[in-house]
Write a protein that binds this ligand. Structure first.
Ligand SMILES: [Zn+2]
Length: 125
């Protein structure tokens, strides 16, 4: 069993899985996973797979990109509230202007390969 770390989270992304940690004491879910529950301090955790669908809670449109994502620019960086789970930040693809995305939009996860990394992205449905 892997530790509840950001590294493990990225390893799961390579397998096209979004995995968070769930606290067995208070049932709080963290994404990315954390080794200690930030709500109650519990260490009795289990892995939970988060389904790749959610709703945009907040976003910023990026026109000057990080070099590694420059070929996908423009895009938005958003916070997505996952269905039945926590919120997670990720890139929202297919955005050319600020109007192309809005708070409340439904999105699905997309796993984008960047070199040997997999980046969690979202696309509007
Ligand atoms: Zn807890």
């Amino acid at each position: 069993m892997e530790g509840f770390t950001v590294k493990a989270f990225h390893d799961f992304l390579r397998e096209n899985k979004i995995m968070g940690s769930r606290c067995k004491d208070c049932e709080g879910v963290n994404l990315p996973p954390r080794p200690v529950c930030p709500v109650c301090g519990g260490r009795d955790l289990e892995w939970v797979e988060i389904r790749g669908k959610g709703v945009v809670e907040a976003y910023t449109v990026i026109t000057v990109p990080l070099t590694k994502m420059s070929n996908r620019c423009p895009y938005a960086v958003g916070v997505v509230k996952m269905d039945g789970g926590p919120s997670v930040s990720g890139l929202i693809l297919g955005v050319t202007e600020g109007d192309d995305v809005s708070v409340g939009s439904r999105v699905v996860a997309e796993f984008v390969k960047e070199g040997d990394e997999t980046v969690l992205c979202f696309r509007q449905t």
